[in-house]
Write a protein that binds this ligand. Structure first.
Ligand SMILES: Nc1ncnc2c1ncn2[C@@H]1O[C@H](COP(=O)(O)OP(=O)(O)O)[C@@H](O)[C@H]1O
Ligand SMILES: [Mg+2]
Length: 208
């Protein structure tokens, strides 16, 4: 498969279960290594990085949102958002930025609650704020609404879209919830090991 994504785009990756969506996302996210091919992020071929460089590249350039928010339940909401920032050393601006992000995702009243005292939808909002805290080049989201009811899914989708617009933030999102997203910049469909740009087989242009 071959495709490119521009800064600020919201890109959906769709395809049947088992088609390799998570595998693709994990390779872009440097959590998995391709046996073949190259992946360029900000001009760097990430498939050539050694283990040390992989960790720092991942932490600096990539934000992650998973199906289950994976919050640390002993920490507060605010502390969870700050975690990725602390891996690279603390800085004074971090807390203010985390608070601003939590306000932007509508959680100003929940900031000091423990992460196990909030709802699933709120936890996904925290995960979005956490994914954005390091100003990543790309936020990668694997089925971010997969564990939410449809009303909550809708608000999470709209939140990701509005944050993408406001911050000119690139999002690559694996989803089976295509209809909730409405208009996006690009849809990549994986079918039988190939990627296609577009949604219906008739509209699809084979991307090698
Ligand atoms: N290109 C590939 N080559 C080899 N195995 C693959 C490839 N893509 C996916 N797989 C395997 O197929 C299975 C399902 O892939 P996964 O990425 O979890 O699919 P999805 O997220 O679309 O449901 C996994 O076991 C994965 O290792
Ligand atoms: Mg998957």
């Amino acid at each position: 498969m071959s495709f490119s994504i521009e800064k600020g785009e919201i890109v959906l990756i769709v395809g049947s279960s088992g088609s390799g969506k998570s595998t693709l996302l994990n390779m872009i996210g440097l959590l998995d290594h391709p046996s073949n091919g190259k992946i360029f992020i900000d001009g760097v071929d990430t498939t050539t990085l050694d283990d040390n460089k992989i960790s720092s590249f991942r932490n600096k350039k990539l934000g992650f949102i998973f199906q289950f928010s994976n919050l640390l339940t002993d920490l507060s909401v605010l502390e969870n958002v700050l975690l990725p920032r602390q891996i690279g050393g603390t800085d004074g601006a971090a807390e203010k930025e985390a608070i601003d992000l939590l306000k932007a995702v509508g959680l100003e009243k929940q900031m000091y609650k423990r992460a196990n005292k909030i709802s699933g939808g709120q936890a996904q909002r925290v995960a979005i704020a956490r994914g954005l805290i390091n100003h990543p080049s790309i936020v990668l989201a694997d089925e971010p609404t997969g564990n939410l009811d449809s009303v909550t899914s809708e608000t999470i989708v709209q939140l990701m879209k509005s944050m993408a617009k406001k911050l000119n933030q690139t999002f690559i999102i694996v989803t089976h919830d295509r209809q909730h997203f409405g208009q996006v910049d690009k849809v990549i469909t994986i079918k039988d090991g190939k990627s296609y740009e577009g949604e219906q087989p008739s509209e699809m242009e084979v991307l090698v």
